[in-house]
Design a binder for this molecule. Structure first.
Ligand SMILES: [Zn+2]
Ligand SMILES: [Zn+2]
Length: 362
């Protein structure tokens, strides 16, 4: 016999189902890894022992052979899905922590979390799109958002308890927050620890629910929220505002708010990372002789010097006039691509001059 499941749970070999359950709850509470001073290894061990001993068939096998057998799970595969933490108790190694989460997972599920997610209880996250213009994204902006979402009930401050009500130990779970449920599996009925529906796992209950929210602790409302968008945010980027999502029911933590930024296109500028790109048309003679031209940057007009003998397609950088780097120092550049404009219709005088130039080989 590799492990003594009775010893692990601290019960007699003749322990009743009720005694096993109580012993397991006690240990599960004591060692739960989410708790300060919890012990994951001990918690797993207790869970493993309980999953076997709480099942009549498994317990009989275990008593007789010192181990358990099963069709589906005996090769180590196939035992994960649909069993919510049940494992045919072969050895601790393949009993990973992910399974244990299912035991308490239903708590989170009730509030709209995916079962594969973070297992935390509380309010859901909110995702919203925020449209910014080019300059708002470049330099950052403060915005006033109006959101319809779950907020904490004023009357009970989100606890769900009527002000002044007595808070008692939950009679359904006797304060443990967990109840045992029978789950049908292909291996027979398995006893599962589940979150107590009555107190939602808190183990304590108000003697009277809040008269305004009925004990939920939250209500839907339109709220306004002042937010700061940092300089340099880019199109498609998401900004997280911790705790600004849906308020959590029954005093649980609020979710987060994720704002996905959409930057509206601007005719004047295009953006490439932290650089801004524009085109500047100059004449052939300006390109040959050099000149000065005004360029509209996001800081206003800057006079750009076009050197002699500039070729079409040449890029001249105006340093530090690009987009500020997000949550950092410095800025990108404003890159000006010079395009030499070929005149369309020429006057007779212009044509004459150009013909003279052509004679000179220009
Ligand atoms: Zn309330
Ligand atoms: Zn309860």
């Amino acid at each position: 016999m590799s492990k003594d499941y009775y010893k692990i749970l601290g019960v007699d070999k003749s322990a009743s189902a009720e005694e096993l359950k109580r012993a397991f709850h006690k240990l599960a509470h004591q060692h739960h890894p989410d708790k300060a001073g919890g012990n994951e290894a001990k918690f797993k061990e207790a869970n493993e022992a309980y999953q076997v001993l709480s099942n009549k068939e498994k317990r009989a096998q275990y008593d007789q052979f010192g181990q358990t057998f099963s069709g589906a799970g005996s090769n180590g595969g196939g035992s994960r899905s649909g069993f919510g933490g049940f494992n045919p108790g072969q050895n601790g190694a393949q009993f990973d922590f992910g399974d244990l989460g299912d035991m308490f997972g239903s708590f989170g599920d009730m509030f709209g979390f995916g079962s594969g997610g973070g297992r935390q209880s509380g309010g859901a996250d909110i995702e919203a799109v925020l449209e910014l213009n080019f300059l708002e994204a470049a330099f950052g902006v403060e915005k006033e958002l109006r959101l319809r979402k779950a907020v904490n009930c004023n009357r009970c401050s989100g606890t769900g308890a009527e002000p002044g009500a007595k808070i008692d130990t939950c009679s359904t779970c006797r304060g443990s927050g967990r109840v045992t449920k029978i789950q049908r599996t292909i291996l027979g009925n398995v006893q599962m620890a589940a979150v107590c529906d009555d107190c939602l796992g808190r183990g304590r209950k108000a003697s009277k629910n809040c008269s305004e929210c009925g004990g939920e602790g939250i209500k839907n409302d339109v709220t306004s929220l002042s937010i700061k968008i940092p300089a340099g945010v880019g199109d498609g980027e998401s900004i997280k505002f911790v705790g600004q999502g849906q308020a959590g029911p029954h005093g649980t933590p609020a979710g987060d708010l994720y704002l996905r930024v959409r930057v509206r296109a601007d005719k004047r500028w295009s953006r490439s990372g932290n650089d801004i790109k524009t085109k500047l048309e100059i004449t052939y003679s300006e390109a040959v002789l050099g000149t000065k031209k005004g360029v509209e940057t996001i800081d206003g007009e800057v006079i750009l010097k076009i050197p002699e003998a500039t070729v079409s397609g040449q890029v001249i950088a105006i340093r530090g006039r690009g987009i500020p780097r997000l949550r950092s120092n410095g800025r990108g550049d404003h890159l000006v691509e010079v395009v030499i404009k070929v005149p369309g219709k020429l006057s007779r005088d212009q044509r004459k001059i150009l013909e003279e130039l052509a004679k000179e080989g220009l």
